[in-house]
Design a protein around this ligand. Structure first.
Ligand SMILES: [Zn+2]
Length: 305
């Protein structure tokens, strides 16, 4: 249960997750609050628009149509993975759904019951995001768009301290609905779970590859951490309290592969442990060879030594 995010809080959460966000017209004051309750919030609901074209889809979701006034959601996720905010408050997206499903979302249960009833007002309790897709099973879902669904969901879950279990598809809520069609919601929740295990991208700057020396945006909010000493620092025979501090952080992150120590001298156990950390962050191949790189180092938060 949660108090709805304010417009500023929602915008900040989305941008911190690394998303490109567009504010459409008067979205901050555009809602259906005069028609019903808004809150407490329990989850995020994902939809597809059954439309094509970004501008016309965003306009439709803002204005709605004679039978169903807008906003039709809170944000539209386009094919490029950019987000267009169209509403802040109650929106016409979820309709009546199954109370048992709402209970499961509130409890973040590991399994959702079948949605076989339409007895509960979903517009009151869910953030809604419409993804531009024809919903015919053939219109592709670009990776950038699916990544944006992950990020939007993760951003809101982070803001409310929810898990991925608070994210559902419209088809899991309301009998007869098929959206979103084209990817499994269980797989999407797994991806959201992995994303929630990491720091948000927008503030940590994890773009780019590990170890290639490309600059990572500075993180002025964490001055007490040891700055990255450069990959060349970690060679056989190198000795420093920084290496001990690094090893202790690796152990704390569940990545320790030490028989003894960690200690100040760079050893194969350090390399194996560091490789486990790189894999935990999602790096693969030579980006997970156990030689520290700037991106993974900054996220390890090694204390000043
Ligand atoms: Zn829908």
């Amino acid at each position: 249960m949660a108090t709805p995010l304010t417009a500023d809080e929602l915008l900040r959460a989305l941008r911190e997750e690394g998303l490109t966000v567009h504010e459409v017209r008067d979205w901050r004051h555009h809602n259906r609050n005069a028609k019903g309750h808004w809150g407490p919030l329990h989850g995020v609901m994902i939809h597809h628009t059954v439309t094509e074209g970004t501008d016309s889809s965003v306009e439709l979701c803002y204005d709605g149509h004679p039978d169903l006034p807008g906003p039709l959601c809170h944000g539209v996720i386009d094919k490029q993975g950019e987000v267009h905010l169209v509403g802040n408050g109650r929106a016409n997206h979820a309709g009546l759904g199954d109370r048992d499903v709402l209970e499961a979302v509130i409890n973040e249960a590991s399994e959702l019951p079948a949605d076989n009833a339409a007895d509960t007002d979903g517009n009151r309790h869910f953030y809604g995001f419409e993804c531009i897709n024809l919903g015919n099973g053939e219109d592709p879902w670009p990776e950038a768009q699916k990544a944006a669904i992950e990020k939007v969901s993760a951003a809101i879950c982070r803001a409310h301290k929810w898990t991925e279990r608070s994210v559902i598809g419209h088809k899991e809520w309301q009998p007869g609905k098929v959206d979103p069609r084209g990817f499994p919601m269980d797989g999407m929740r797994e991806a959201i779970k992995r994303r929630l295990a990491k720091e948000p991208q927008g503030t940590e700057g994890t773009e780019g590859t590990e170890g290639d020396g490309r600059p990572v945006p500075p993180k002025p909010q964490h001055p007490p951490y040891e700055p990255f000493p450069g990959s060349a620092f970690f060679h056989s025979g190198a000795k420093s309290p920084v290496i001990t501090a690094m090893g202790e952080r690796l152990v704390a992150e569940g990545c320790g592969h030490y028989e003894q120590g960690p200690g100040p001298e760079w050893t194969e156990a350090d390399r194996t442990s560091y490789a486990a950390w790189q894999r935990k962050l999602g790096f693969r191949g030579k980006d997970a060879d156990g030689v520290p790189g700037k991106a993974s180092w900054e996220r390890l938060h090694v204390p000043h030594s």
